[in-house]
Write a protein that binds this ligand. Structure first.
Ligand code: ZN
Length: 348
């Protein structure tokens, strides 16, 4: 990491899933040595000054070893035992990685531990669950996963589970589709509030969003979502939602996925200017203020603008904010300070 680079705390990536999939396919890849198939690995993280992030554990549908992921099955509901198995595999992968890294990667359970890891020049890895299929209706798995280090959780991915119903990826479309949280989902929010687990709204449909708004005691957070007015994907946040997040002094992390940035919603066209990403940041800042905007790349889980390409390209985004006169203080807030501040406010 060069001395002048601004550190970045990233609110969302799917790197643990990539590592686990490669391991299960008997083609393990090394995070520490680096691998060109990864958006985030250790060498590229150093290049892009990645200080840490929320590392997601997302459970894909069952697949045969060596077979490509079957996207037609993505929205099918999952069995809890299967989801817990895969979540444990990804979590074990994170612990294994931290151990093998000789403290260059540190599993962090609090904002204080993140700050300490940053001082050590290590990568701060905080564990996140994307879609709570691994959690049972008695919340035993939640208790155990919390004890192991889980600190952030999205009740649903873009599919249904016992806690609620996720927002599909259609474009264009409104996030206002289908029912929100179930009674168990409401209880999950209360349990997360009590334990000190951040609740992530990014894959929630609008009804679920308002359900959380009504019952949570914490600021509203969407770890990796963009502006619906600039890109009308169902996954993006409407002005009404942004106003509600602002009212709770919450936070939104910018998603780099091209399908959530581009006006035309094209999920695969990587020809997206960095300026377009900064347009989303500027719009979010207007609603949420200087403390309410951060980054949530979706690295290793989405198609990324070629101008960024991978985590090493992160500084190019900050450079464009500099070119648009955001000022260093605001750039540091968006890059990492706001994430740490939000985790503190959530009691983490
Ligand atoms: Zn996601």
């Amino acid at each position: 990491m060069s001395d002048s680079a601004t550190p970045i705390f990233d609110g969302h990536n799917d790197t643990l899933l990539r590592l686990d999939m490669a391991r299960r396919a008997d083609k393990p890849i090394s995070f520490l040595e680096g691998d060109k198939s990864l958006h985030i690995d250790y060498p590229k993280a150093l290049e892009g000054a990645l200080a840490g992030g929320l590392f997601a554990m997302f459970v894909p549908p069952p697949q045969k070893p060596g077979q490509p992921m079957d996207f037609s099955q993505m929205q099918k509901e999952l069995d809890q035992a299967y989801a817990l198995d895969l979540t444990l595999a990804m979590m074990a992968g994170a612990f294994r990685l931290a151990r093998q890294s000789k403290a260059q990667v540190q599993i962090c359970r609090s904002s204080l531990e993140i700050k300490m890891a940053m001082e050590d020049g290590a990568i701060a890895l905080m564990l996140h669950i994307e879609g709570a299929e691994a959690i049972d209706a008695d919340f035993n798995a939640l208790e155990v996963l919390y004890a192991a280090g889980l600190r952030s959780l999205g009740p649903v991915w873009s599919r249904s589970n016992i806690f609620g119903h996720g927002v599909p990826f259609d474009f264009p479309g409104s996030p206002d589709c289908g029912p929100g949280l179930t009674d168990l989902g409401m209880e999950l929010i209360r349990q997360c509030n009590q334990l000190g687990i951040l609740v992530d709204l990014s894959h929630m449909n609008e009804q679920g969003f308002w359900d959380v708004h009504r019952i949570t005691s914490k600021p509203l957070v969407a770890t990796h979502s963009n502006v619906h007015a600039l890109c009308p994907s169902r996954r993006n946040l409407t002005d009404d939602q942004l106003a509600a997040i602002a009212e709770t002094e919450g936070l939104v992390g910018l998603n780099y996925a091209v399908g959530f940035l581009r006006k035309d919603g094209d999920k695969f066209n990587q020809d997206v200017s960095i300026d377009c990403m900064v347009d989303h940041i500027a719009y979010l800042l207007d609603f949420l203020g200087e403390d309410g905007v951060a980054l949530g790349s979706d690295f290793d889980g989405a198609t990324i603008p070629s101008a960024i390409s991978n985590v090493a390209g992160n500084q190019a985004l900050l450079a464009q904010m500099r070119a648009r006169d955001f000022g260093e203080e605001l750039i540091e807030k968006v890059a990492y300070k706001n994430w740490i501040g939000m985790l503190e406010k959530t009691g983490i």
